[in-house]
Design a protein around this ligand. Structure first.
Ligand SMILES: [Zn+2]
Length: 348
């Protein structure tokens, strides 16, 4: 993977990173543009365990990140505009499109004022099942469960196991164990019922995270009416599409657009695959997203945009603005070619 030029570039990037030499860095920025991926944007204190902290950045960091990218020459554009610029190729200034998944209420109350200040457009990917609370923010529910209990019971076909949750490290380990069972061993459509059972047994309200953190349709209509905001689709029930039948995967994409059009009056043109990593997005999903009529579909595959992406509009990479690394130095490193591949993927 790594040749001498690569090593030299990394060394230079590190030098640039520590000396803050933006002009030096500018020549090493990768690609012609980037799509940023946000989830929550809030100044509220993080949960003590912090298992899902990669999904939360502060409005202050969002402000600093956009400011830094503007200094580096990025122009902030809509997803529609990004598509046009991809087709034009290298002749235009570098561009960035901001996206946010799940329609968290703080996108309206805390992110939008920052975006207004920078006149930076936002595409917000809505999952109607999450909005309607018929599907759960299960990773938040699971964090609440292990945080609240000293012991958590997981019932599998092999029987019931008790998981030790008596310390933060053990809680995190229990979260991982249940997470892996829910995402790898169970069929997608059974996950919610199993998690709700674990929640009930632990005395945890499984609808609380969605109720407290997600917008309702009135709020979505409010933000949708804002000139900077475009509503995209994030499937109906936020399943890992790759683990669904053809019919079900198709329905998840098509019906999300239908519901969002009914609720907002506008059919979404852009889609984000739930989870978005390689084991959630394959050739079939890319084909279906295109056939369903979306102009683009974004993944959580980490990377910047190149002109070649104009021929792969239904498998666009994004750069996670990760709550664990809220520094402009890290952002600059991410925007540089060659360095991004080493960074952890952090999508939902
Ligand atoms: Zn998601």
């Amino acid at each position: 993977m790594s040749d001498t030029g690569e090593v030299a570039r990394r060394l230079m990037l590190n030098a640039a990173r520590f000396s803050g030499l933006a002009p030096l860095l500018r020549g090493t920025l990768g690609g012609i543009g980037a799509i940023l991926m946000l989830h929550r944007v809030t100044a509220a204190p993080p949960k003590p365990l912090g298992i899902n902290r990669h999904l939360v950045v502060t409005p202050g960091f969002l402000d600093a990140a956009i400011g830094e990218m503007k200094r580096l020459g990025y122009l902030f554009v809509t997803m529609d505009d990004a598509v046009e610029r991809l087709k034009v190729g290298r002749k235009l200034p570098r561009f960035a499109a901001i996206t946010a998944d799940h329609a968290y209420r703080d996108n309206l109350t805390e992110a939008l004022p920052v975006l207004e200040r920078h006149e930076a457009p936002l595409t917000m990917f809505v999952s109607p099942g999450l909005t309607n609370h018929t599907s759960d923010l299960w990773w938040d529910v699971l964090e609440d469960i292990v945080a609240a209990r000293q012991e958590v019971y997981l019932t599998t076909p092999e029987g019931r196991v008790a998981l030790d949750c008596t310390s933060p490290a053990r809680k995190t380990a229990a979260f991982r164990q249940i997470h892996d069972y829910l995402t790898n061993d169970l069929p997608e459509e059974e996950r919610q019922a199993v998690l709700r059972d674990i929640a009930r047994l632990a005395g945890i309200d499984y609808q609380r995270p969605a109720r407290e953190t997600l917008m309702d349709w009135d709020e979505i209509r409010t933000i949708a009416a804002h000139p900077l905001v475009t509503i995209g689709a994030h499937t109906v029930d936020h399943y890992n599409l790759r683990r669904l039948s053809d019919e079900k995967a198709w329905f998840e994409m098509v019906d999300a657009a239908r519901i969002i059009e009914v609720e907002t009056g506008e059919k979404p043109r852009h889609m984000a695959y739930p989870y978005g990593h390689e084991s959630a997005v394959g050739e079939r999903e890319i084909r279906l997203a295109e056939a369903a009529g979306y102009a683009t579909a974004v993944t959580t595959g980490h990377g910047v945009l190149y002109p070649a992406h104009a021929a792969h509009l239904h498998a666009l990479p994004r750069m996670a603005v990760d709550g664990r690394y809220q520094s402009v130095a890290h952002l600059r490193t991410m925007l540089s070619s060659g360095v991004t591949t080493r960074l952890a993927k952090a999508g939902r």
